[in-house]
Design a protein around this ligand. Structure first.
Ligand code: NAD
Ligand code: 2HG
Length: 400
């Protein structure tokens, strides 16, 4: 039977084409889907049917998915790290230029001159008025980058090529991300140190319980009054009340963000775009392809790549039957599963087991089609969250 993929946002066709139509049905409504593929759709835990085996986010942020509840239910959540980083980096470059030059104000002013038909008079007026739209150059200024992952590291590199000094803050920096970082990036030990020395500050960290409202009044208090804050990460990271107060009190010159909100729309010191950081053909294709490939590998082989809640794990297929077992990360559960297989004289051909925080995930290749009753026995073991048989055939029914 074809696997059913519930698609909750518009997803690039290049990605959907990675799921062959004779093996996958894709639709925006399914009562019992095998998996969910989405972008920014706000998914509620109660809307995830019991049939769902995995969720793939074509994008970086997973704050629209109830990840903790998925983990408890043994559902891996995938994202597509880095697949849209270049698109965001390019928009940040635009944001820096909009923050440094009178581009928007100058262009709005020029639009008011439509009725001036005489070219000489038009030029004279422009030359007389252009001093109102003077800006500053980015070269030599300091950019503070908060979060140095896929996007932050590309932004840092781009800023260095513009001749900016770059200061970074990322207390959770991974070893891989540290390797990607240009050595010219200087480390700030605290957010407050980064805020106090930067002319521009750009946010590239996830929204987590610990980062909601992280950019607060204390940080606005130490900012240089001519500084600009760019937020192409998530709205919730910035305490909006403190932001509006900082703008009103001129502690911050400009706020440039991808997340409009009623209190910010229409202010001359705020530039807002409608969450288009990842809205390029290239980024949408990259994210969709990566999300679809990861989903297919999991559904067909149980392998896990780029999950935000499950361990990464890949095991080449050596037999026709594979068990994918999720359990709570406590001792002896794997032993009990293997004992059940041994009791039925089922030989384990290959196996891989990894854990991440509170869960463990196992791929067990076996040479015999296991009876459904054996799978049921495994499911009843204390600590086992789910058991899935992946293979050529369905589990054999118990004789008698
Ligand atoms: N505007 C858009 O359309 C758009 C597009 C892509 C991503 N995003 C947002 O940008 C975020 C970052 O994306 P990414 O691809 O670079 O992710 P990433 O996972 O590669 O990098 C995030 C970095 O933030 C760091 N971090 C975590 N907590 C931190 C903290 N308290 N202080 C400083 N750094 C911290 C992590 O260590 C990591 O290095 C995403 O989570 C998403 O919310 C927005
Ligand atoms: O899907 C989108 O357009 C936005 C994606 C972006 O917010 C992300 O977190 O990757």
């Amino acid at each position: 039977m074809a696997k059913r993929i519930l698609k909750l946002n518009q997803i690039s066709l290049l990605g959907l084409d990675r799921l062959p139509r004779d093996e996958y049905e894709i639709a925006s409504e399914f009562a019992q889907p095998d998996a969910i593929l989405l972008r920014s759709h706000k998914l509620q835990a109660e809307d995830i049917a019991d049939s769902v085996l995995a969720i793939a986010r074509a994008g970086a942020g997973v704050n629209n998915i109830p990840v903790d509840s998925c983990t408890a239910r043994g559902i891996p959540v995938f994202n597509t790290p880095g697949a849209n980083a270049n698109a965001v980096k390019e928009l940040v470059a635009v944001g820096l230029l909009l923050g440094s030059r009178g581009i928007i104000e100058g262009s709005e002013y020029v639009a008011t001159l439509k009725t001036l038909r005489d070219k000489a008079e038009l030029n004279q007026t422009l030359e007389a008025q252009k001093k109102r739209f003077k800006g500053n150059e980015l070269t030599g200024k300091t950019l503070g980058v908060v979060g140095l992952g896929a996007i932050g590291s590309m932004v840092a590199e781009m800023a260095l090529t513009l001749g900016m000094e770059v200061v970074g803050y990322d207390p959770a920096l991974s070893v891989d991300a540290a390797w990607r970082l240009p050595r010219e990036v200087r480390k700030a030990d605290t957010l407050s140190a980064l805020f106090s020395r930067s002319d521009y500050i750009t946010l590239h960290l996830p929204v987590l319980e610990s980062t909601i409202g992280m950019i607060n009044a204390d940080l606005f208090a130490v900012m240089q009054p001519h500084a600009c804050l760019l937020n192409f990460a998530r709205q919730e990271i910035v305490d909006e009340e403190a932001l509006v107060a900082a703008l009103d009190e001129r502690k911050l010159r400009k706020y440039i963000a991808d997340f409009p909100s009623p209190d910010l729309i229409g202010r001359s010191d705020v530039i807002l775009t409608p969450h288009i950081g990842a809205s390029t053909d290239e980024a949408e294709d990259n994210c969709a392809i990566m999300a679809a490939d990861q989903l297919r590998d999991f559904l067909e082989s149980g392998n896990i790549r780029n999950s935000v809640n499950f361990p990464a794990l890949h095991l080449e297929r050596v037999s026709g039957y594979r068990l994918a077992v999720t359990n709570t990360n406590v001792p002896r559960i794997l032993g009990s599963i293997l004992a059940l297989l041994a009791e039925q004289n089922i030989n384990v051909v290959d196996m891989l087991n990894k854990s991440r925080d509170e869960i463990a995930y196992n791929l067990i290749d076996i040479d015999t089609l296991p009876p459904e009753s054996l799978l049921e026995q495994m499911r009843q073991l204390e600590g086992v969250v789910n058991v899935r048989l992946i293979g050529n055939g369905k589990p054999a029914k118990d004789a008698g």
